[in-house]
Design a protein around this ligand. Structure first.
Ligand SMILES: C[S@@+](CC[C@H](N)C(=O)[O-])C[C@H]1O[C@@H](n2cnc3c(N)ncnc32)[C@H](O)[C@@H]1O
Length: 239
């Protein structure tokens, strides 16, 4: 951790609402084993209020030996995260996911892939936003974020200014922000809100137009099976 302390209420992370699932169906014995044996090694220290009560900023340069830092928000089962870590060994990637079954799936995939340029926060991305240095993230992935389809729940979406303002702060000028979703109304809100937070839209594509290094995720596969078309949006942080 660095020496600076953010001018924020230390307890803020403890009071946040998280509306998604944290536990799913019973974990298999192998998944329990991955959590017990591997989580401590890949878990990012200094993110929770418990192990960093003063919310001191993370030493991200020390973490990955000065390599560029990428971030995946809500990695689900972790297939895209592990794919990116394997494909780009010259970067360091942090993934966030509060759903413990997803974390266990990811740990299994890390074992198979043998990647070591990956760390995770098994929790809310906002905990991480509290402690990441300004301008420290060179690329961010938001793949199939929770759609919150009811209008009264749209304010829970990631593409609202509470999340986006924090993301904009931690992203470097010129850094890329990728959003994949199968929900047309999520595309609408993304196109409205992300530029307000200080990003330019650089690319918008539909089915068949994924990024050349894309790996289809579990949620994308589910969307395709159910007849919903993917949308791929690319933004660049201004500055
Ligand atoms: C619809 S799933 C998509 C998972 C995966 N990205 C995929 O494409 O298969 C959305 C994921 O975002 C995670 N999520 C929701 N809110 C989050 C938050 N505040 N911080 C980190 N992850 C979050 C959820 O737990 C869930 O696993």
């Amino acid at each position: 951790m660095g020496e600076t302390t953010r001018d924020r209420e230390p307890a803020a992370a403890g009071r946040r609402n998280f509306y998604g699932r944290v536990h799913g169906k019973t974990l298999r014995a192998s998944q329990k084993q991955y959590l017990a044996e591997d989580l401590g090694r890949v878990r990012l220290c200094g993110v929770t209020v418990e192990d960093n009560p003063s919310r001191a900023t993370l030493d991200v340069a020390g973490l990955f030996g000065g390599r560029p830092l990428w971030l995946e928000v809500g990695f689900g089962g972790g297939e895209h995260l592990v794919h990116m870590a394997a494909r780009y060994p010259e970067v360091g990637i942090i993934g966030c996911e509060p759903f413990v079954n997803g974390v266990a799936m990811l740990l299994g995939k890390i074992r198979s892939a043998g990647v070591d340029n990956l760390r995770i926060h098994p929790g809310d991305v906002r905990d991480l936003f509290d402690v990441l240095p300004d301008g420290s993230v060179a690329k961010c992935f938001l793949n199939y974020p929770d759609p919150w389809p009811k209008a009264r729940h749209h304010r829970r979406r990631f593409v609202t200014q509470g999340y986006l303002g924090a993301l904009a702060r931690v992203m470097a000028p010129g850094a890329e922000f990728r959003v994949a979703t199968d929900i047309p109304d999520y595309v609408r809100q993304t196109l409205e809100e992300v530029p307000v937070a200080g990003f330019d839209l650089v690319r918008q594509a539909g089915e068949g137009g994924a990024w050349e290094d894309w790996l289809s995720t579990r949620y994308e596969q589910k969307a395709l099976r159910e007849g919903r078309a993917p949308h791929y949006l690319t933004f660049r942080r201004k500055g």
